[in-house]
Write a protein that binds this ligand. Structure first.
Ligand SMILES: *Cc1c(COP(=O)(O)O)cnc(C)c1O
Length: 402
């Protein structure tokens, strides 16, 4: 038997029953509960210094109803593709938007400038393209510089800063770029410094935020220009797996308040924001999938469901984890029953990678029962092939020499 992650406290029997009901028989199905998102934002607001804004990283869950609801609660939205821009313009047309991510195409840059979105520039090459596209449009582009810091967010599940990286302009190359943006008359919006994702170590988050403020101050001094906004990144993780810690946002908010109170003079007039995806919406969602077969094989029991990694890649362990561990999981239709057996819960794809629960202890489930995978609110439906970031599928071409 292997452990699985703790079920978040919101998901009691009543809420699981409500999700089962909301599905109206559809399977597989994601259900998102906005009350949980509201709780999360309120908790974060209460913890953060009042002058630190909250941005939502849309890629965690770009469902139109989620974007619209979260937009009403936060100060800005961060997108990672032109596809997400289209969704944001439809769901929350008046919200300030920033656009980060490597490999922005010219058409995406053009749409962003046209719609007055702040581009978080990832390279000098991208800056050149943005300036020339803005020139052609006859518009003043809003440009921030994403900095590849000289440190990483310690213990983050996904490191996005530190050494060589596809993300951001190396800190030591920021000064001339900022000068150029300002000298060409662009609307320079400041710095974006994102050091990592899925961090559970609160002390490490505090240290990264302090280092980020320090770095932003140094860069502002070097460039001789005060950044209007310093986006401190985010990276707050969620406890997906057994034994994972919970991020202490109250402590983080307190310490960030101290850091900002003593910030360098060059940041005196700057606004600050943190930007989160996963932490805000991950726990609001569940993935529900029906058992279509129950079979025994050489001493093990398999519950075969109609879902799988094509919908919920992360729960299968194939989204950036090295060792597969079990997401929080239960039999939704027998949620209050005690475990009586160890089973493997799998999807319907013909690959041994398609596992939702590996040797998990469950009540007896049969054909027609519904499995619930928790933590499906972030990087669920759209982080699975091929919906991630709304880039759309690759074109398929068939050659036929006959
Ligand atoms: C993905 C991403 C985020 C959100 O990360 P989470 O771990 O979901 O909070 C924030 N900012 C940028 C630039 C990102 O690429």
């Amino acid at each position: 038997m292997k452990p699985f992650g703790a079920i978040a406290p919101w998901w009691d029997a009543t809420r699981v029953a409500r999700a089962l009901d909301a599905r109206r028989g559809a399977s597989p199905c994601f259900v998102y509960d906005l009350d949980i998102v509201r709780d999360k934002v309120a908790t974060l607001r209460a913890a953060l210094p009042s002058d630190v804004g909250i941005h939502y990283a849309v890629k965690a869950n770009p469902h139109p109803a989620i974007i619209a609801a979260v937009a009403g609660l936060v100060d800005g939205l961060d997108i990672a593709s032109g596809g997400e821009l289209t969704k944001v313009l439809a769901a929350a047309p008046d919200k300030p938007v920033s656009f980060a991510g490597p490999g922005k195409r010219d058409d995406e840059i053009e749409a962003a400038i046209y719609n007055r979105v702040t581009l978080n520039l990832e390279s000098e090459g991208e800056a050149n393209r943005a300036l020339s596209i803005a020139n052609r449009l006859g518009m003043t582009p809003k440009l921030a510089v994403r900095v590849n810091p000289d440190f990483a967010l310690k213990g983050s599940g996904m490191k996005m800063g530190g050494g060589a990286a596809a993300f951001g302009v190396d800190a030591e190359r920021v000064r001339p770029l900022v000068r150029r943006l300002i000298d060409t008359g662009a609307d320079w919006r400041g710095f974006h410094i994102f050091a990592g994702s899925q961090a559970l170590d609160s002390e490490a988050i505090v240290a990264a935020q302090a280092a980020t403020v320090e770095l932003a101050g140094r860069l502002a001094d070097e460039a001789g220009a005060a950044p209007p906004l310093v986006n401190l990144g985010g990276g707050f993780g969620l406890p997906y797996f057994a034994g994972d810690a919970t991020v202490d946002v109250t402590m983080i908010g307190d310490r960030l308040g101290n850091v900002l109170a003593k910030r360098p003079d060059s940041l005196h007039a700057s606004c600050f924001a943190i930007e989160l995806g996963r932490w805000l919406v991950g726990e609001c969602g569940v993935y529900l999938t029906r058992v279509v077969d129950r079979k025994d094989s050489r001493g093990e029991t398999f519950l075969v469901t109609d879902g799988g990694l094509h919908h919920q890649l992360a729960a299968s362990g194939n989204f950036g984890t090295v060792v597969r561990r079990n997401y929080p999981i239960a039999v939704a239709t027998r949620f209050t029953q005690p475990p009586v057996e160890t089973v493997n819960i799998v999807g319907c794809l013909c690959t041994p990678l398609d596992k939702l629960g590996d040797s998990v202890s469950m009540p007896h489930a049969d054909v027609g029962d519904v499995i619930v995978v928790f933590m499906a609110g972030a990087y669920g439906a759209t982080a699975s092939p091929t919906a991630f970031l709304g880039h759309g599928p690759a074109v398929e071409v068939v050659l036929d020499g006959a």
